[in-house]
Design a protein around this ligand. Structure first.
Ligand code: RIB
Ligand code: CA
Length: 234
């Protein structure tokens, strides 16, 4: 039985590989993407989500526009959120499912649905505050004594710390922190094998990391969180 999955996302280059992993896995029944501000502004993360699904041949998957907020990682993901290469993906002709994320969760969550949140936690926190209960919630965020946006702050939690606090306190999430995702680096050769079109999105991200480390690839933070949904480690 395929795992019903909803991804809350701010695409974002590593989000793109996470969405591709879910969209192409026979073990997953991808039920929807809910978008949030983060790597870039909400308009761009939402458009990127639609374009990624069009590229993946999955315009059957609804996209729900979520919370706006201050974006903050264009230096990593490019001004368009996809390494300046968003235009290389097909424009999407499928309509937005709407902008009522809480209503979408209320309508679509089933007892076996897994939600993977791979951006700022704003949508998830609002849903929890509205009384939504997530049967299984996986969150990419945080770090134990480790940060990427500051010395001790990870971007998704840094972008909306109040929402992160709510999710940790109310959502009983499985947290996938930087301590794990920093061990998951994918180089250009591997990414090109996964999807040469998506690999073409990684230039800005690779340059950012190459200027700060010995890395020649990208951290696939968000794909690790989706992998946890597909093959639970615990
Ligand atoms: O800190 C890594 C997280 O921040 C990932 O989700 C990445 O896409 C960015 O949103
Ligand atoms: Ca993300």
């Amino acid at each position: 039985m395929a795992i019903p999955l909803i991804i809350d996302t701010d695409p974002g280059v590593d989000d793109a590989f996470a969405i591709a992993l879910a969209a192409r896995s026979p073990e997953v029944d991808l039920r929807g993407l809910t978008t949030v501000f983060g790597n870039v502004a909400l308009d761009l993360t939402t458009r990127n989500a639609q374009r990624l699904l069009a590229h993946l041949g999955r315009t059957d998957v609804p996209v729900v526009r979520g919370a706006e907020g201050p974006s903050g990682a264009a230096d990593v993901h490019g001004e368009d959120g996809l390494g300046g290469q968003a235009h290389t993906l097909p424009e999407s002709d499928h309509e937005l499912f709407g902008d009522d994320v809480i209503g979408f969760f209320r309508e679509r969550l089933t007892p076996d649905t897994v939600v993977v949140a791979i951006g700022p936690q704003t949508n998830i926190a609002k849903a929890l505050d509205a009384g939504i209960e997530f049967p299984r919630l996986i969150v990419m965020g945080g770090g134990l004594d480790l940060g990427n946006t500051t010395a001790r702050a990870e971007f998704n939690f840094w972008a909306d710390p109040a929402a992160a606090r709510t999710v940790i306190r109310k959502g009983n999430p499985i947290v996938v922190p930087l301590n794990l995702t920093h061990r998951c680096i994918a180089d250009t050769e591997f990414l090109a094998k996964v999807d040469p079109v998506l690999s073409n999105l990684t230039g800005t991200y690779r340059a950012y990391l190459a200027n700060r480390s010995e890395n020649t690839g990208i951290y696939i933070h968000d794909a690790v969180a989706v992998a946890e949904a597909i093959g639970p480690s615990s």
